[in-house]
Design a protein around this ligand. Structure first.
Ligand code: PGA
Length: 244
């Protein structure tokens, strides 16, 4: 099983999401073993679920609140996301960590809550350029994994390795850089909890049709979390082809 996931960030209104799905579904069918996911903003989620009723594409939320309900103005309830038809939730994307102050503890709570309501959490981790430059990548990433998954018992979780310096910059990690951290994450997962031994680890950060093939040639890379190149159905599909 390999995973092709598109993070649409704050793009796509309901009409554009429906057009994306319609276009994607006219393209040659990707192999069954590829799980295809899109993450629309919350306001576009219902329309995306509706548009994917007869499609292979599955839908997830980009963020969830730390509670199912309560006094949390402006947040997204994981329970309601689930009720609306989402099956997945991104947790701790670097933009959430950097712009909205999400800590590893907050991520751990969100992972726990996602599992409680039946959403598959995708925990995002990754170092900044400064951290990589000063040799802290292994420490930063393994800590994000250990703390972020500290409340998980089951194996129902995915991890996405997204070096912060590669996100939206066009500066993709080399496959050696990615594989090295993927191995470290796999080792950290094994060490943390036997149940986490087979957790799929996605790579994200400037993945494009032109660089996906090289990255996908490594078995350590179980799939991609794609930002910019997921906005266009054809380029997203081309990245999917690289995974099969
Ligand atoms: P990018 O974004 O592909 O545009 O670099 C990846 C992400 O933020 O998940």
């Amino acid at each position: 099983m390999r995973i092709l996931a598109g993070n649409w960030k704050l793009h796509k209104n309901p009409k554009e999401a429906a057009e994306f799905v319609a276009t994607f579904d006219t393209l040659p069918t990707l192999k069954d073993e590829i799980e295809i996911l899109v993450f629309p903003q919350a306001l576009t989620l219902s329309a995306t679920v509706e548009a994917t009723r007869t499609s292979r594409i599955r839908v997830g939320g980009q963020n969830i609140a730390t509670e199912k309900q309560g006094a949390l103005t402006g947040e997204n309830s994981p329970l309601v996301l689930k009720e609306l038809g989402a099956g997945y939730a991104l947790i701790g994307h670097s933009e959430r960590r950097q712009l909205f102050g999400e800590t590893d503890d907050i991520c751990a709570r969100k992972v726990e809550l996602a599992l409680e309501v039946g959403l598959m959490p995708i925990l995002c981790v990754g170092e900044t350029w400064e951290q990589r430059r000063s040799g802290q990548t292994a420490q930063v990433v393994s800590q994000q994994i250990q703390l972020g998954l500290s409340r998980v018992q089951s194996s129902s979780v995915y991890v996405a390795y997204e070096p912060v310096w590669a996100i939206g910059t066009g500066q993709v990690a080399t496959d050696q850089q990615a594989v090295e951290v993927h191995r470290l994450i796999a080792e950290t997962l094994r060490g943390a909890n036997q149940n986490l031994t087979h957790v799929p680890i996605l790579y994200g950060g400037s993945v494009k049709p032109e660089n996906a093939g090289q990255l996908a040639s490594h078995s350590e890379i179980a799939g991609f979390l794609v930002g910019g190149a997921s906005l266009d159905a054809r380029s997203f599909h081309a990245i999917g082809r690289a995974l099969q």
